[in-house]
Each structure stands twice: as C-alpha cells, then as structure tokens.
Design a protein around this ligand. Structure first.
Ligand SMILES: *[C@@H]1O[C@H](CO)[C@@H](O)[C@H](O)[C@H]1NC(C)=O
Length: 232
C-alpha cells in the first residue's frame, strides 16, 4: 500500500509541489463551467465543495462521485489558473475508462490510459511547445472527445514541464483528473499505457532531457506515453 502510494505521488501527483506554477482551475463543456479541485483551498473546507476534477498531492488520488456529462465528438476546454512561460513541455490528454466507475477507480494499474490529444514540440508552430501554446491561449486547452469511443466514465489531462528536466527527476508533471461521463453510440474500448509505469525517469527522448537541445534543433523530442490513439 505504501509503495503504491509513493509511486502515484511521484508520477501522477506532483501538483501540490508544482502548484506555484499552475493547476487546473475549471473545465468547460458546452458553455457550462465546472470547477476543478482547488489546491491549497479545498482540503480545508468542510464539507468538501462539489468538484469535477479530483484532488492530488496532499489530498491524495481520491476518487469523487461527480461527473461532467459530455457527448462523444464534443469539445472539452481545460482552464488552468495560470501557466508560466518558462515551463516548456508537452501537453497531453489521456482518457481511461473508469471501471467499474469513477467513484472507485484509481487508474493506477494496467494499460488503462489512451492518449486522445497531444502537442509536444512542433517547430512549424509558434510557439513550438505545447505548454507555451497553452499559455498563449490564456492558459486554456481544447480537446475533442473521440466520437468512436464507447459510452462510460473517463478521466485526465496533463502538462509536463521540462525546464529543469536535465537532471534526474527534474521533469515536472502537472496532471489533472477530470471526471466525465461520455454518452454516444461509439463502441471502441482502446487499450493504452499504464500510469504510473509508462513514464520512465531515464527516458532520454521525453523526460530526462535538456530543452535547449530541442530548441536548437539538435535532437528530436518524443513525448512519453506513446502516440495519440489513431482510432478516434
Ligand atoms: C476552444 O474552444 C472554444 C469554444 O469552442 C473557443 O471559443 C476557443 O477559441 C477555443 N480555444 C482555442 C485555443 O482554440
């Protein structure tokens, strides 16, 4: 139990440490705004406020029972409180089907996480890093829920900050776990990667990296977690 919790904290739940740089504030779907867990505030509130993204860090990876209703093919907008321009890195959104439901699902075992959206480093774009693009777009990011996936309950969206990633464990993960209930007529039930598990601290293409080498075109950046699922 302890080692499992430690693994989760180091890989998926650094938001507490990282909260000075940015955290997910809200999620918008169809013009409706839903609040995320508010770091450094919500854990002091009794009773806990109603939130649609679960708490991380000190609050633990604690499933909640609330779900945002979303149709397949619909757009989901993630709204961060801020995003520091020096924290370049990829923006990645995964989904995992909560089984049997998000209220009990922790998502910490098995290849549950399939990537539905990503912007890593694309030098044809200005700015080329996903997180810098997110910052430029008012600290927001849109993703479209794949139209082919089966209905059910799903979660997650994250930013990886690589500004001090040149030293072991320097990469900073800013995960968020939004809980959504997907409706639609799709049937796909994709397999993905395990988180924790898929991110290796020694990954020299995506995690243990020096930003300036990519920025100067010396090496190619490959985001961790594998490619975006092609069955959308
Ligand atoms: C995200 O989607 C909203 C709603 O469709 C749109 O107003 C906004 O411009 C989009 N943001 C970006 C960065 O594309």
């Amino acid at each position: 139990m302890l080692s499992l919790l430690a693994g989760l904290l180091s890989i998926t739940c650094l938001t507490q440490l990282a909260s000075a740089h940015g955290s997910l504030k809200a999620i918008e779907v169809g013009g409706q705004r839903y609040m995320a867990w508010q770091i450094n505030q919500d854990q002091f509130q009794k009773p806990p406020p109603i939130r649609y993204a679960r708490g991380c860090g000190d609050a633990g990876n604690i499933p909640i029972s609330t779900l945002i209703p979303v149709n397949t093919g619909a757009k989901v907008k993630f709204v961060w409180d801020q995003w520091g321009s020096s924290h370049s890195g990829p923006v990645m959104t995964y989904m995992a089907r909560c089984t049997p439901n998000c209220e009990t699902f922790k998502g910490d075992s098995g290849p549950a996480w399939f990537k539905i959206d990503q912007m890593a480093y694309d030098k044809s774009k200005n700015p080329p890093w996903g997180s810098d693009m997110l910052g430029r777009n008012g600290a927001t990011w849109n993703v479209t829920i794949p139209s082919s996936i089966a209905q059910g309950e799903y979660l997650r969206h994250e930013i990886l900050g690589l500004h001090v990633a040149g030293k072991p464990n320097g990469a900073q993960f800013y995960p968020s776990c939004t809980q959504i209930k997907v409706s639609g007529s799709g049937t796909a039930n994709p397999k993905g990667v395990a988180l924790p598990g898929a991110y290796k601290p020694g990954d020299k293409d995506g995690i243990l990296v020096e930003l300036w080498k990519f920025n100067q075109g010396m090496v190619t950046y490959i985001a961790p977690g594998g490619p975006v699922w092609t069955g959308k």
